[in-house]
Design a protein around this ligand. Structure first.
Ligand SMILES: [Zn+2]
Length: 177
């Protein structure tokens, strides 16, 4: 397996620039045989936390890229644990757990890439952001480098399928368009 991030991308704006960094995190997970999801947390134009899925390594179903970033970011925040001024970039639509953590940590903005039809909590499976939260609103942008994020996931699961000789359908990750 090629260890170098295999996609040649030329970011055209800030969101793409940071999403590329999240994709590189996803690739680290891929190389460690983890489901390849990555995230970075940005404050005032600076990446203050990076994370990739570590569920297998830590034997912890909650060790999602987003959770690791939010936890690290809370420790860095000048406002205690609040992340109002921060933007989290994640390669895949967050799950219910991560979406919940975003509300609790008062995340300012979320940018995600590809849809997760099985676990996505921003409309694909359920939409936790649909109803106005009484205390906090997260600004959301989606679909940034969605095709690449989805392709990384699909490639991973196709590889797993070949390794295991199974025929399970893993097409649940989709680009936005
Ligand atoms: Zn999650």
């Amino acid at each position: 397996m090629n260890k170098i991030f295999p996609y040649s991308l030329s970011p055209q704006n800030e969101d793409e620039r940071y999403m590329l960094e999240a994709l590189k995190e996803a690739w680290k997970a891929f190389l460690k045989d983890e489901v390849p999801v990555g995230a970075v947390l940005v404050h005032a134009g600076r990446i203050i936390a990076r994370g990739h899925n570590q569920v297998e390594m830590l034997k912890d179903a909650t060790a999602h890229a987003e959770m690791l970033c939010l936890t690290a970011g809370s420790a860095e925040s000048s406002e205690g644990w609040r992340l109002n001024e921060m933007t989290l970039y994640c390669t895949i639509e967050p799950c219910t757990m991560c979406a919940g953590a975003m509300f609790l940590s008062r995340l300012g903005r979320l940018v995600w890439g590809a849809k997760d039809l099985r676990h996505g909590a921003n409309g694909s499976w359920i939409d936790l952001f649909d109803k106005k939260h009484p205390m906090h609103t997260v600004k959301i942008t989606n679909g940034v480098y969605a095709e690449i994020a989805a392709e990384v996931m699909k490639t991973f699961f196709v590889q797993k399928r070949i390794e295991k000789g199974t025929t399970r359908d893993e097409s649940g990750y989709q680009g936005i368009n």
